[in-house]
Design a protein around this ligand. Structure first.
Ligand SMILES: Cc1cc2nc3c(=O)[nH]c(=O)nc-3n(C[C@H](O)[C@H](O)[C@H](O)COP(=O)(O)O)c2cc1C
Length: 433
């Protein structure tokens, strides 16, 4: 047993994660859709010997924005007939386009990969896209064809996901790991993995303080990451399963991270601290909106049509919007029957005297608002972001290089957060409160 002083002096750099041939710095930057965890952010982690994620959320839109393709326009035009209808049963993705978009995103990333780390992709099951199995398969195959190092299966139990790709030549060589929030969810995943004799290469254990969608209900406050990780590690030990565990959600300092590594985790997955980095895909003004978050601005909300609670900032422009559903262009959350709960909420919203829709209550059009970076999802500790950087003379916060945040996680001790070299001389800093 270490004495408390030694615990505080422990650091992430004292540990390594052996994954196949790789010896990794045990820091994983989690997937942040839609293109918030960019190629550049993932590559920065990889260069420093860790793991970075890109995300395949709304990948046709991402491919259009970055690689000069026109998948969204083609889809929108093909389905123009339903634009003014609430029934979207006929709106489907072209699987060839979807595969190509994924291939573009992954190839453009992997072609630029340098350094000793790895690049993974986050693939969400809840993006049902009007044809859940087929569209998930197209995305998984596209990622493997594009040479991705690993696939993190998120937002769902992924009971059938492995089966979808068992005939792919890379099925046994690509790294695969699910995100779970309980031993129960892990057991469900392992059942199908065992049937295919394809055990996961890692498992991300995400607690209730994470960003994005949560694997908990409204009672998320009754759970904590430390307890869930302890249970998962005990379960794997009992079952004699050597699957690396990566805790995620609310790991804010290098010391938080080292504490999990000491208890037997292989690495940690972190995200929120990277939202105010140069490489992060959020627009500059949105990074400032994240940096200024106060504790009272954080909410866990039921507005996501996925059915999962989502943590976001209360001043997200998406909330209370009255945007017309954009399923013809997007439609990433349509279920098999062409249904999304935002469609119902929009349909039920009355119009004002001039015939304009009133703000839609209860649900948001996640596709539209994520495409515009209007949905400010973040981890619980987003309100501490302001403590990780400098306030500039004009009131803005200094944006950090991702390498600075990564190294801070790797080397810091005693819960210290290293501030970046200031952009301005300290005398020029005015406190505009
Ligand atoms: C802005 C943002 C977007 C996110 N988007 C996704 C996502 O698309 N899919 C997913 O599985 N997790 C998503 N997450 C969760 C992260 O990958 C990660 O597991 C978690 O946020 C780690 O906790 P931390 O943010 O407290 O460090 C997101 C997190 C943030 C902050």
């Amino acid at each position: 047993m270490m004495n408390p002083r030694t615990l505080l002096e422990d650091k992430v750099d004292n540990y390594r994660w052996r994954l196949g041939q790789l010896e990794l710095v045990p820091i994983v930057i989690g997937g942040m859709g839609v293109d918030i965890s960019t190629t550049e952010l993932a590559l920065a982690a990889c260069r420093l010997g860790g793991v970075g994620h890109i995300s395949d959320a709304m990948v046709q839109h991402v491919s259009d924005r970055k690689y000069d393709t026109h998948f969204t326009k083609a889809k929108s035009e093909k389905h123009r007939a339903t634009r003014d209808q609430i029934d979207k049963t006929t709106v489907k993705f072209d699987l060839g386009h979807l595969h190509q978009a994924q291939l573009n995103h992954v190839r453009h990333t992997m072609d630029r990969k340098r350094g000793p780390g790895a690049v993974f992709i986050n693939v969400m099951e809840k993006l049902t896209m009007g044809a859940p199995g087929d569209t998930l398969r197209a995305r998984l195959v596209g990622a493997m064809d594009g040479g991705i190092d690993g696939i993190t299966l998120s937002a769902g139990l992924h009971i059938s996901s492995l089966k979808l790709i068992e005939d792919h030549p890379r099925f046994r060589d690509v790294k695969i790991g699910p995100i779970v929030s309980s031993v129960r969810a892990l057991k469900i995943f392992l059942k199908s993995a065992t049937r295919l004799n394809r055990m996961p290469d890692y498992v991300v254990v995400e607690g209730p303080l994470a960003g994005g969608h949560l694997g908990f209900g409204e009672d998320w406050r009754n759970y904590d990451l430390h307890t869930i990780v302890t249970e998962v590690l005990a379960f794997l030990r009992e079952e004699n399963l050597a699957i690396p565990v990566l805790p995620a959600g609310g790991i804010f300092t290098g010391t938080d991270a080292a504490a999990f590594l000491r208890m037997g985790a292989a690495g940690v997955q972190v995200a929120t601290r990277f939202t105010i980095t140069e490489e992060c895909g959020l627009p500059a003004r949105v990074k400032q909106d994240y940096a200024r978050a106060r504790e009272e601005d954080l909410v866990v909300s039921g507005v996501s049509p996925t059915g999962y609670p989502i943590r976001l900032l209360s001043y997200s422009p998406a909330l209370g919007s009255n945007i017309k559903p954009q399923c013809e262009a997007f439609g990433y959350l349509l279920d098999r029957e062409g249904h999304c709960s935002y469609l119902d909420a929009y349909d039920a919203t009355p119009v004002d005297a001039k015939g304009h829709k009133l703000p839609v209550q209860g649900k948001v059009c996640l596709c539209y608002h994520f495409s515009k970076f209007n949905c400010y999802t973040c981890g619980h500790y987003a309100y501490r972001l302001k403590d990780t950087t400098h306030r500039l003379a004009d009131g803005r916060y200094q944006i950090l290089p991702a390498a600075h945040v990564f190294r801070d996680y790797q080397f810091s001790t005693s819960h210290r957060v290293a501030l970046p070299a200031p952009l301005e001389a300290p005398t020029a800093v005015a406190v505009n409160s």
